[in-house]
Every structure is written in C-alpha cells, then in structure tokens.
Design a protein around this ligand. Sequence first.
Ligand SMILES: [Zn+2]
Length: 348
Amino acid sequence: MKPELLIAAGLLALSLSACGGASDKNAAKAAAAQGKNDHADEGHADEGQDGHAHKEAAGEAGHGEGAPGKGGGEEKPEAATIPNEIARRSGIVAAAAGPGTVADEHDVQGLITPLEGRVARITARYPGPVRSLRANIGDAVKAGQTLATIDSNLSLTTYGISAPISGVVLARNASVGEVAVEGTPLFEIADLSTLWVDLHVFGADASHLRPGLPVTVMRMGEDKGVDTVIDRILPGTATASQSTVARASIKNPDGLWRPGSAVHARVTVEQQPVALAVPLTALQRMDEGDVVFVRDGERYSARPVKLGRRDARRVEVLSGLKPGEQVVVEQSFLIKADIEKSGASHEH
Ligand SMILES: [Zn+2]
C-alpha cells in the first residue's frame, strides 16, 4: 500500500469512530479548555460547508508535496498530509481567516414575573356565603365578567363580584357555601399578555449592563428564545440573593411563558470588531497550547496561536495566524488526532 492510502484508511477509521464517544470526549475537552460550553458547536452554521469544500478541492490539485521547506521542520513535524478527497469525505472544511466581531456576552439567570399593577386581587365587598363560582384557575376572563355571586349578610341580597381587569385567573380561594370575609382575596387575576423578565446579575457584571442592551430570553435547557432589550436596572439590590436586577419585558400572546418560571438569558453588551477571528470549532489544544490548523494544499500544519477575547462562537486571534490563511473550521479534531498518531509512531 502507498503511504498515502494508509493515512487515508487511518483517517476514515478515525472519522468513523469519532461518531461515537471520541468526538464527544474531544468536544467536552475542548469546551472545558475554553471555559464556555453553550454554543461551541453552532459557531459556524452560517459558513456554507459546500462553498468552502468545493473551492478548496478544486483549486489545490498538484502542489501538496511541492513545498518542502514550508512549515518549519526543525523539531517535530506538527503537520498531516490528507488527500483532498479524504478531507472532503471526512467533513474537513477550511476557510480564510479574516476580521470578525467578538461579543461581550453575559449569561444570566432570571425569573418571569407578572407586571406590577397588572395583578388584581378580588375581595368580597360585603361578607356572606358564596352562592356560586363562575371562574376557575387558569380561565381567561374579561374585565367586567362575573366571577362569583355572594349572598350578602348585610343586605340579604345576592350580589356579583366581577373581574376589574382582563387576564388569567391565577388563584381562587373560595368554595360554594363558604363565608366570604371582607378583605380576604377570593380571586387573583393577572394580565399576562406582557411579562417582566427579572435578570439577576452579580458583582462586577452589573456594571456592564444598562438599559437598551439586547437580550435573548430562553427557557431553562433551551437554546433559542425571544429577543428583547433591557428596560431598566432596578435601584437597590435584591436582598436574598444580593444581586442587581436588570428588567426586560416580553410579549406573551399565547400564554406560554408562565410567571414564576426560571429562565436564562444572554445579554450582548457589545460587538467588538477584531482584526482576526476564528470560530471556536477551529481551536484545538495540543502540547504547545492552543492551535489552529492551517491548510496548504493537502498539508495541514498545527499553528500555535495567541488568543484574545472570545464569545460563544468566535475567538480573537492575536498572533500566530495571518489574514487570508486557510484555517480548518470543521472537524479540526481529526487533524489533531492524525498528527498525534503519526507523532507517536515517529518517536519510538
Ligand atoms: Zn461584560
């Protein structure tokens, strides 16, 4: 067998096994190294895989082996040669490094709350036994709609109590025949068409947040949510949690957001332009630290890079990489594995 084919076979085997535990482990390791986990894997969904792959494969036939002096062969050859066809089939995609933006993002926890002033507690005007109840917990009621009737002990007539606002019945503390007492709420109704999202921000993070910043509110365990903005930073501190509260509001036309629900949210403080950025998926850790793999024809060289700011998708590259160089942005762990494997076999 030609050595090329051996590599090819090895890489294919690798990419097959990577579908199981290997890639997860790798991703987990990478995520741990990066200290961020949420979205490392969706960072480049917008970079058309086909576009890159085809362009690369078409243009590079012929000079894969033709640049012997390149890549600095002083110590270990931290590079792999992978035929274009194998690279393509393994899903390896390279893209030109270039400028980008890195966001200062804050991931925060929050709580959905009804708007103050949009909650009504309805009490009996005159004491007396409840004659009928006409609304249940969860019912949507209109302003003016009768919720219950009560036999007044004072006037000995039956009177109705009605909803002062339109909304949803959150609580009902009444049974037929029971005596309604003045001042004890029988119903609690809230207008939930708009809700507050109170985001709890701790320590120095609070100083980064201000009204007007975009925020995405997500249910726990979910990754997609609704976009809104911070309305205000509440004065004072929530005493129990010692947090500062940043308040946003969301529309709730279908009633799917529920008061009392915990949520998480991502606040984007600013998008900062950087001269050079790569998706997090391009990063791998090797002995020399953080590396990306630069593609030159069929040769992939590990390139130690110094990193700057990062967000959930991208990281700024301060040095080690030049604009325009082709960086592997998908399946970079395959290159790493290939280099590490060949490195080990060279050293015995
Ligand atoms: Zn910040």
